[in-house]
Design a binder for this molecule. Structure first.
Ligand code: CA
Length: 220
């Protein structure tokens, strides 16, 4: 049975997560401070940690940084307040595997936990999307572009995957928002533009074309 460490200081939220995960057949342990989270995460007894950013004693970013700099590769799913998205993007670059902003739906949290828990032996066959010098491995979630391998954050991965499954097609900002961010975005935010910029850094400046007034297209 997989063991999930829940580091969350709001009892209402930790018990909501704990009840749901237990009902889904997972073992859980709750801690409510950053110091406890770090100690438990280092114990090697867990398969994944759900880590709140706003924790007493040590915040979630500090915990994550301490783990990664000590070569602890426990998968970490960050929970963050909605207004902390920019910080969270920084956190993902700092070694988190995924994140969700509060409030969240339990079924989405569970799907993300299960995706991270899946072992390589349960995945079947090669699963690589390729287009014009770009390839995306759907298992390792790594991007290869002109022979160079790059790691992607969770959102970048979903966005690249969306482009690679619709080559040459214009994707509107709204289509991208609803596919990549779901309910989880502020209307009117410039998050799509920001991520397109990140991807252009990783894919090269010319691969994703802006189609004025319509959206973005992966060039053929
Ligand atoms: Ca908190």
């Amino acid at each position: 049975m997989s063991r999930i460490l829940i580091a969350e200081d709001e009892p209402r939220i930790s018990s909501f997560i704990e009840k749901g995960l237990r009902a889904s057949g997972l073992a859980t342990t709750v801690v409510a401070s950053g110091v406890q989270a770090l100690a438990m995460a280092r114990s090697g007894e867990f398969d994944l940690m759900i880590l709140d950013i706003g924790l007493p004693e040590l915040d979630g970013f500090t915990v994550l940084h301490a783990l990664r700099s000590g070569s602890v590769d426990l998968p970490v799913l960050i929970l963050t307040a909605r207004d902390g998205i920019d910080d969270t993007v920084a956190g993902l670059r700092g070694g988190a595997d995924d994140y969700m902003s509060k409030p969240f739906r339990f079924d989405e949290l569970l799907a993300r936990v299960q995706r991270r828990l899946r072992t390589p032996s349960q995945t079947v066959g090669a699963n690589v999307l390729t287009h014009n010098g770009i390839s995306l491995d759907l298992h390792t979630r790594r991007l290869h572009c002109d022979g160079n391998a790059t790691d992607l954050t969770a959102r970048e991965f979903t966005l690249v995957q969306m482009f690679l499954t619709h080559p040459g097609q214009v994707l509107s900002r709204e289509q991208i928002l609803s596919h990549v961010w779901g309910y989880d975005y502020e209307p009117g935010s410039n998050i799509v533009e920001t991520y397109i910029r990140y991807l252009r850094r990783k894919l090269g400046p010319d691969r994703i074309e802006t189609v004025r007034g319509m959206g973005y297209r992966l060039r053929d």
